[in-house]
Design a protein around this ligand. Sequence first.
Ligand code: TRP
Length: 470
Amino acid sequence: MADQRVSVHGMWSSRAVFIMAAVGSAVGLGNIWKFPYITGEYGGGAFVVVYLLCIALIGIPVMMAEILLGRRGRSSPIGTMQRLAREENASNAWVLLGYGGVVAGFLILSFYSVIAGWALAYVFQAASGGLNGISAEGAEGLFGGLVGSPGQLLLWHSLFMLMTVAVVARGVRHGLERAITILMPALFVMLVIMVGYAYVEGDFARGAAFLFNTDFAKVFQLCTGPAEALDCSFSGEPLLVAMGHAFFTLSLGMGAIMAYGAYVPERASITGATITIAAADTLVALLAGLAIFPIVFASGLEPSSGPGLIFQSLAIAFGGMPGGQWFGTIFFVLLVFAAWSSSISLVEPAVAWLVDTRGWRRGSAALLIGLTAWTLGIGSALSFNLWSGPEYQLFGKTLFDLKDFLASNIMLPLGGLFISLFVAYSAGRHMALDELSIQRQHLFNLWWFVIRYIAPLGIVVVFLNSIGVF
Ligand code: TRP
């Protein structure tokens, strides 16, 4: 029966196009902005190892499960869960997975768009020569000036949201396919050039050591305060953040990949696609780290300086390199594109739902969702200036941090947990076997074991650890 099902939004023209779109969703600010800055905050190598383990043991198997659900259901995540729960005689409560994803998508988009706005602002800075010859202090000042201005942040945030809505309204395929095929490889080449520059001009040995030397004591400790009076205590938070980031960077756990999976042709191999997507995503993150940390150390920036890390370090790099005005402009344009192809996938589950189930037009659905996320995003923009003070914080976090924490570290892993539980226990082996059509039995058995036991237990253990149970 699943064979005849076709999504109303059409299909990807081939498996390769699906992979491109999924890579476009996965590779974004998560790899280039968030990965370096949280790695810097949580002390480097050991955090990276935990993150890589989460990608391999939880991310890849859950991504296979999420794609197979999407292709089986051929609808929006909400529609898919409704349909599959009925077919598998499972509780209708599984649709909550779809609704939860839509909420998480709003939360993420509402801060994602603000950061993408920074990248937009830096396109203009770079192009107008504003970065030329900039010093470390100058780069900090420039970044501080941008995030300190509510007006500027709201302007760039609005512009980026408009760009997202415009593409989603036209339909992901028409809006996106061609652009991604050229721009993602270009971004990759730019990153390799940046790593080359960091190798020659930066403190490469120290940067690479920071990224790859594992000091596990650091993962289990949270240190705060200035270097001479560090206050360290045991904490499960770094583990939780590493796992949350594995979900975030792969676009997992909220239905984005499920929505894209609904447009996958019947015969395409899900396993091969997943491994390609995860490998490309991880490679881009590691390259970004290798490009940025050598510059951070060479120019005396603090690795733990927070969300501004890449904007400050890259400004210094482009400011000092011959032709930096050009390179910088191109790099930030490509970064905006990477963010764009990601933000589109954050909107797609909700749009697909309004169109499939509620009979809305794509354009109106995209507009409503964009407007809601834009409104929520005002709080994220103000978190860096008017609302940055302690009186506007909860648990020591600004609104921006809270939304990121709740969506990335709680909602996405919870989504992933329920995806694996549904596939492994509510639907059962027949559905997975049918969709995955893995030729080699032992490979299927391996995945089946991981999705039944390792992935769900891993997520639960990290959750329990983070609230101090063990
Ligand atoms: N993965 C993207 C990035 O790394 C962000 C993203 C897009 C995302 N779609 C998502 C994150 C869905 C979680 C869920 O920039």
